[in-house]
Design a protein around this ligand. Structure first.
Ligand code: GRF
Length: 210
């Protein structure tokens, strides 16, 4: 069962805030955030965590260019220090701008999740909103998925659709998608913490609550 959440961040942390708010509203019962870890010293997400009295850690990734596993070993060490284990933990990537190693993915198998601002499998990687605008799609969205060894390719937990308007800019589209991210990320975490799900290959199936 999942009870301890570790959140990885690099930026503003608006998704982190939406998860904190959801926990405070009592929507995610039986789990709490044990630590927020950033690879950037100035990530505003760290301030958000501190305001909520959640422990924070900064692990500088600069000296670890091309040494992904070594960096991830440090990350794992921190997660374990705060009790976020592969058995009881969920690692939440919330605007975490680093690719994680397969060693980390294997160790926390099916216990690492990410949110991506597109309807996967469309528009993986960076600047998904710009990719959607340039392609001319009429709808896009956001996706919460398990991390696997590909880029934004793991089994999908929740997706939602967001319309693209003719007058959209990258910024206006990003804002409309973010509103939905803030809704579905806490919802996905709630479903996983409730534990009534099965993963069959790529498919994540939720079992009805009795
Ligand atoms: C979001 O758009 C998320 O989909 C992407 O990174 C952004 C993070 O925003 N993975 P924030 O730091 O949660 O505000």
């Amino acid at each position: 069962m999942i009870s301890k959440l570790g959140v990885l961040v690099s930026g503003s942390g608006s998704n982190l805030q939406s998860i904190i708010n959801s926990i405070k509203r009592g929507e995610i019962m039986g789990a709490s955030i044990k630590v927020v870890i950033s690879n950037k010293p100035d990530a505003y997400a760290l301030e958000r965590a501190k305001k909520e009295n959640i422990p924070t850690e900064y692990i500088d990734s600069k000296p670890y260019k091309g040494r992904r596993e070594e960096y991830d070993q440090l990350l794992i060490g921190k997660l374990l220090e705060y009790g976020v284990t592969p058995e009881n933990g969920l690692v939440i990537m919330a605007g975490y701008l680093r690719i994680i190693s397969s060693m980390f993915i294997k160790k926390y198998s099916k216990r690492i999740i990410n949110i991506h601002p597109s309807l996967l499998p469309a528009f993986t990687g960076l600047e998904a909103q710009r990719q959607a605008l340039e392609y001319g799609v009429k709808i896009t969205g956001c996706t919460v998925h398990f991390a696997d060894e590909g880029l934004d390719t793991g089994p999908i937990i929740i997706q939602t659709v967001v319309p693209v308007h003719d007058k959209d800019t990258v910024e206006s589209l990003r804002a409309r998608i973010l509103d939905e991210e803030h809704r579905i990320y806490p919802e996905a975490i709630r479903l996983l913490v409730d534990g009534k799900y099965e993963i069959e290959g790529r498919k994540v199936k939720f079992v009805n609550h009795e």
